[in-house]
Design a protein around this ligand. Structure first.
Ligand code: HEM
Length: 353
């Protein structure tokens, strides 16, 4: 989805209008209020069936991946999983995953070295994936293992296609093989008790559910963070607001929210129109596909005036708040959207250097 052509198309659609019917693709929604209404409306829009994002997850990761579930079934699985990111789990992550890498980064930056954050975050992402999978990399091959895991995650994401409603059998097979390679690691997991695999198992999920949920965590989670972090730092530096943030660290959460509004690491999601409906005068017909462009909704000028301006002091009105995390029944859909910011989160430590 991060292909430049996709971004040109998204930008074009934003300029054309809030809701645009694109022959062969579906109804593209850039208007913030319509986007919110579509994402919140499970009666008329579904995450399952042809055209929805759920088809990909069905074909590759199995039926119970959260991202391909609706209604009561979805709610029940979310309840069983509970809160994945408790403060005590975040402490473990900060200590076991982030601290060693960030320590090195801090030393390099303090010594005045130039660091390329992109390869750094790829390795950190691989390290996080290892931790979630409960896998200890062989001694001496740590960085190589992290890079391999990161590459597998990237390969899985690149099988997601906007242009097709279902993966062709050959594409589905290749994506499943990649997914299987990743899950092979989870199956061999040494079950470190703090791993995500162990946490999901102890929540009572069966083996298929554990693997499907892990797949979702990797697809929309770990990889989104890895896309976001270097861009957050880049936009702060490019707009000279890093200095301001260093002087006023209490603006950190606002700065992250504003950067995510601009970047939108998960730029779109797909829904199948399961029952015809009209929203704000726009008709969605049964069987069509709704392409919800969170990237554009976060630039809706009626909600965010001068939307392309990055301003860490911008106040986000309720109508646009956290749209980039999706929309659930009472709060954002993303399972990680309410993660408290522990001191020591990567962006925090990088920015302090
Ligand atoms: C800046 C980072 C992130 C962004 C922008 C983001 C965005 C999103 C979005 C837009 C959705 C909803 C997709 C849809 O409705 O089709 C979602 C769902 C989800 N996200 Fe995130 N996410 C981020 C970080 C994470 C992290 C770090 C994790 C966990 C490791 C995570 C786990 C999930 C899960 C499990 C779901 C599915 C929830 C469900 O359907 O019940 N996300 N995310």
């Amino acid at each position: 989805m991060s292909h430049p052509i996709v971004f040109i198309l998204i930008e074009l659609l934003r300029r054309i209008g809030g809701v645009v019917r694109v022959p062969g693709l579906g109804v593209a929604v850039s208007d913030a209020s319509v986007a919110r209404a579509v994402l919140a409306d499970e009666e008329h829009f579904s995450k399952t069936g042809p055209g929805s994002a759920g088809v990909f997850y069905d074909q590759v990761m199995g039926r119970r991946a959260l991202l391909n579930m609706d209604g009561a079934e979805h709610l029940a699985l979310r309840k069983r999983i509970g809160d994945l990111f408790t403060p005590s789990y975040l402490k473990v992550v900060a200590h076991e995953v982030l601290a060693p890498s960030l320590g090195d980064l801090e030393r390099q930056l303090n010594a005045g070295e130039t660091v390329d954050l992109v390869p750094f975050i790829h390795l950190l992402t691989g390290r996080m994936m290892c931790h979630e999978l409960g896998f200890t990399p062989p001694a001496g091959r740590e960085d190589r293992t992290y890079q391999e895991l990161y590459d597998l995650g990237e390969r899985l994401i690149s099988s997601l296609k906007l242009t097709s409603r279902r993966l062709a059998p050959g594409e589905a097979l290749r994506a499943r093989q990649t997914f299987d390679e990743l899950m092979g690691i989870a199956r061999r997991s040494d079950s470190a008790e703090n791993s995500m695999v162990a946490r999901l198992r102890s929540a009572g999920l069966d083996a298929n559910e554990v693997e499907a949920v892990l797949g979702s965590l990797f697809l929309v989670g770990t990889q989104s963070v890895s896309t976001a972090l270097p861009r957050i730092v880049a936009v702060l530096l490019d707009t000279h607001q890093m200095r301001r943030l260093r002087a006023e660290p209490q603006l950190m959460q606002q700065a992250i929210d504003e950067a995510l509004r601009l970047i939108v690491p998960s730029p779109l999601t797909l829904r199948r129109v399961s029952k015809s409906v009209v929203i704000d005068g726009h008709r969605f017909r049964e069987g069509e596909r709704a392409i919800v462009l969170m990237y554009n909704a976060a630039k809706d000028r009626r909600v965010f005036p001068a939307p392309l301006l990055f301003d860490i002091e911008r106040r986000h009105p309720a109508a646009g708040r956290h749209l980039w995390f999706g929309v659930g029944k009472r709060r954002p859909e993303c399972a990680a959207s309410r993660i408290p910011q522990p001191s020591g989160a990567p962006e925090d430590r990088v920015i302090r250097c």
